[in-house]
Design a protein around this ligand. Structure first.
Ligand code: SAM
Length: 365
């Protein structure tokens, strides 16, 4: 298996001493409560309060300031110490923030991941085993009664919906600046945004280029959300919406004239390998030899930083348990194989955009 050098070093050789490995095994065993402890320490503002204090805070001071019991403060801080979020000064009994604690409150990626795991995934993780066995999103019933999460997105309770969109937008938004340069280098006049969601990329396109016309294809309920979102914004009159369920193989893409650019951002990871080939074959029908298909994905093997690969392979299991039961964050070689099967070929790959996206630029074979 090919891996970027940053990952090869870590994933091909044992990194830990026996003692460290035993600690990590216990970390895994207590994973759910470690997660909740860290989340609560951050949510209740305790980590921030400690960070802002002059020389740290005692259990009593934290209890007093946050108006929680001494018991609750003691349990949280002692656990925070042992999981590595806090440090303690032996003489004053004051707790200070560790580097990991600092990341928990300052790293935007960590913050969206914590929210996403708590509000969207937490209850559903319990059904991961069943989901893996059946190939169905067995944990989705904890959120509602839909075949996949996508049909439910527009009707999720507000705090869960905010967390889902927060997760999705955080990753894609951070790559849009560089992506615009790549896509508009070829000055496309027509762009099909497949899975365009709330229209954030489409709005960026019409603002970036005064001539481009964008068509967003997404599920009908998503198109309604998108229309409400773009209303009155600059260039909205050059954005069209088309509702279609691409899981239905008889649903073709709009074929008026070929699109100069077809854009799929964080889209193909919502589908199984078989479904991806079917979608790409349908996309190739609305392309001509000059059209380019841009696939923007976070491929787990092409990450510069190892924590990103960790997040991505675990996000795959969100697709298993919650989203649809059969898709994932792909290895780039798997995607390349599917692109070829669909009658397309990769012209170039741009790596290291934003939080770790790559763009595969594809053309008809
Ligand atoms: C993960 S979001 C990506 C959104 C956006 N492109 C971005 O980069 O942030 C996937 C999008 O694909 C859409 N989608 C999922 N299943 C679909 C289907 N069967 N047919 C059409 N669109 C679908 C979802 O509604 C959602 O807007």
């Amino acid at each position: 298996m090919n891996l970027f050098p940053s990952l090869k070093q870590r994933y091909t050789k044992e990194q830990l001493s026996a003692r460290e490995a035993q600690r990590l095994a216990e970390f895994i065993a207590f994973g759910p409560v470690i997660f909740q402890t860290a989340r609560i320490l951050a949510k209740w503002g305790i980590l921030e309060m400690i960070r802002n204090s002059e020389s740290g805070m005692t259990i009593h001071e934290v209890a007093e300031k946050t108006k929680i019991s001494e018991y609750a403060s003691k349990c949280l801080l002692e656990a925070g110490l042992c999981i590595g979020i806090l440090l303690i000064d032996e003489n004053s009994d004051k707790f200070t923030l560790s580097k990991t604690g600092w990341f928990l409150i300052n790293d935007p990626a960590t913050k969206v991941n914590i929210d996403f795991n708590h509000y969207v995934n937490y209850l559903g993780w319990f059904n991961l085993e069943e989901a893996l066995k059946t190939g169905t999103p067995a944990g989705l019933k904890t959120l509602g009664d839909w075949p996949t999460i996508y049909e439910g997105l527009s009707s999720l309770p507000k705090h869960i919906q905010d967390s889902w969109f927060g997760f999705d937008h955080f990753y894609s938004d951070n790559s849009f600046d560089e992506a615009l340069e790549i896509v508009f280098a070829g000055k496309p006049k027509t762009l099909l945004d497949v899975g365009g969601n709330t229209g954030r990329w489409a709005l960026r396109c019409v603002r970036h280029d005064a001539d481009v016309k964008v068509t967003i294809l997404d599920l009908p309920q998503q198109i309604a959300l998108m229309k409400a979102n773009i209303e009155g914004k600059e260039g909205a009159e050059r954005i069209d919406g088309l509702g279609a369920d691409l899981l239905d193989e008889s649903q073709e893409m709009p074929d008026t004239t070929p699109f100069e650019a077809v854009w799929m951002s964080q889209f193909l990871d919502c589908f199984s390998e078989h479904q991806i080939v079917s979608i790409l074959k349908r996309a190739s029908k609305v392309m001509n030899k000059d059209s380019r298909l841009y696939i923007m994905e976070t491929f787990w093997d092409r990450q510069r930083f190892e924590p990103a690969a960790l997040c991505l392979t675990l996000t795959s299991l969100y697709f298993t348990a919650l989203a649809n039961g059969n898709s994932k964050m792909y290895h780039s070689e798997d995607m390349e194989r599917l692109v070829n099967e669909a009658g397309l070929e990769i012209e170039t790959i741009h790596d290291n955009l934003g939080q770790g996206h790559s763009i595969m630029v594809c053309k008809l074979k």
